[in-house]
Design a protein around this ligand. Structure first.
Ligand code: PMP
Length: 284
């Protein structure tokens, strides 16, 4: 089936959707993005993603080409047009096409693109019961990882390094401390306490992270926002990641060493259940 995608105000068949070769997203990675999950035909935490999008744009001095209500309508229309029950909506905004120059154009005309990815059974990923294996790699990304830009080459390379090592993903390490996964936030659990790196320029401020930490605190679980090392993670009782596409996913091995029992633990299973239940309730 040909997907219907959204480009600058138009809904088009995917093979008719085009962006200029002069687009700054293409030439300079001068672009930001968001990925919102869809469960049961409804958007999970749309508000969180729209708020982070506005912040990313503002940090880069890029005009926001679309109002929040209109953005919600585009998301909903794409879900409808593509018959998405479970899946993802990808959104990208670039500074638009301009003659190639490092300086930002004075009167930018942003490009906005959205498309869907159908993922039937997104919330029933069997990995939730088997767990993931991760390796550690040096974090070689730029210094403003809190802005959700499309500079994803190093995370892409990290996934390939993980694949080559027979693992599912990589956790990145800077100055001896874990920053985050290639496309997710990283956590450990020790003596019932959930530990994850504090917010700053070093990591993306995950929308799923925010919700999961809130639900954890509401459920009287202890949360500590501070850096941890790979060695501490290997000695933890449980480990996990969060992201809009994986929700809460257990990690059972780091650099070949089993975490806890080597099987997904109860804290992670509980957090995943709470997150999915609560997010479905407020889905739009
Ligand atoms: N960190 C990085 C580097 C990511 O790419 C992502 C997902 N895009 C996340 C964390 C998780 O963020 P979210 O929960 O908003 O999907």
């Amino acid at each position: 089936m040909t997907r219907t995608v959204y480009v600058n105000g138009d809904y088009l068949p995917e093979d008719e959707a085009k962006v200029s070769v002069f687009d700054r997203g293409f030439l300079f990675a001068d672009a930001v993005y968001e990925v919102t999950s869809v469960l049961g035909g409804k958007l999970i935490d749309f508000d969180g993603h729209a708020t982070r999008l506005a912040r990313s744009l503002s940090e880069l001095d890029m005009p926001n080409p679309i109002a929040k209500e209109d953005l919600l309508e585009v998301h909903r229309e794409l879900v409808r047009a593509n018959g998405i029950e479970d899946g993802l909506i990808y959104l990208q905004i670039t500074r638009g096409a301009a003659d190639r120059d490092f300086a930002f154009p004075e009167d930018p005309k942003p490009t906005i693109v959205l498309f869907t990815q159908s993922k039937p059974g997104l919330a029933d990923n069997p990995m939730a019961s088997t767990g993931m294996k991760v390796i550690s790699i040096e974090d070689q990304r730029w210094g403003r990882r809190d802005i959700k830009t499309v500079q994803l080459l190093y995370p892409s390379m990290g996934k390939m390094m993980a694949k080559a090592a027979g693992a599912h993903d990589a956790w990145m390490v800077e100055d001896g401390e874990v920053t985050e996964g290639t496309s997710n936030n990283a956590y450990i659990v020790k003596n019932g306490r959930i530990i994850t790196r504090h917010l700053g320029h070093e990591i993306l401020h995950g929308i799923t992270r925010k919700a999961v930490l809130r639900f954890a605190r509401e459920a009287q679980m202890e949360v500590e926002e501070r850096p941890f090392t790979i060695e501490e993670a290997q000695e933890a009782d449980e480990a996990f990641i969060t992201s809009a596409s994986s929700f809460v996913m257990p990690v059972v091995e780091i650099d070949g060493k089993a975490i806890g029992t080597g099987k997904p633990g109860r804290t992670v299973a509980r957090l995943r259940e709470i997150y999915l239940d609560e997010s479905r309730k407020t889905a739009v």
